[in-house]
Design a protein around this ligand. Structure first.
Ligand code: ZN
Length: 143
């Protein structure tokens, strides 16, 4: 394992062991399940005036899924709904191994680029982000 891979693993393991914003508070929620791995994650977001004020999650799954949920709660908090959705799109491109314009906006989440080499794992990483995206879509529809 080279140093870069090691660093990536460290970020993922750190968020898996010490998840941020774990525990639901009753905001808009979306639960998604990934049968191929057994990941079961519920995301929730509090959106006010078009800004994502708070994000929490709950669930069980592999280290890739749970760490991706934890990182998403930190990265997308404080963003406008539009910014958050743009970052989610970049994350999808990243984990599919595509070129990402403005990859620096992904901050820590950029470590998931390596996931693109493992198609089964792409679903794990995407699951919490998909749940969030669906919540944000709902928020937009309410406007
Ligand atoms: Zn998984």
């Amino acid at each position: 394992m080279n140093n870069l891979e090691n660093l990536y693993r460290q970020v993922i393991i750190e968020h898996y062991k010490y998840p941020r914003n774990k525990g639901l508070k009753g905001f808009s929620q979306k639960r998604l399940y990934n049968p191929s791995c057994g990941d079961d994650v519920t995301m929730e977001a509090k959106v006010e005036d078009g800004i994502v004020k708070e994000i929490n999650f709950e669930g069980n799954g592999c280290s890739i899924c749970c760490s991706a949920a934890s990182i998403a709660t930190e990265l997308l908090k404080g963003k406008t709904v539009r910014e958050a959705k743009s970052i989610i799109e970049k994350f999808y491109a990243l984990i599919k191994g595509e070129e990402v314009d403005g990859e620096d906006e992904l901050e820590e989440a950029a470590v998931y680029r390596g996931v693109s080499q493992f198609p089964a794992r792409v679903k794990c990483a995407a699951l919490p982000w998909k749940a969030l995206e669906q919540i944000l879509d709902g928020e937009e529809n309410e406007r």
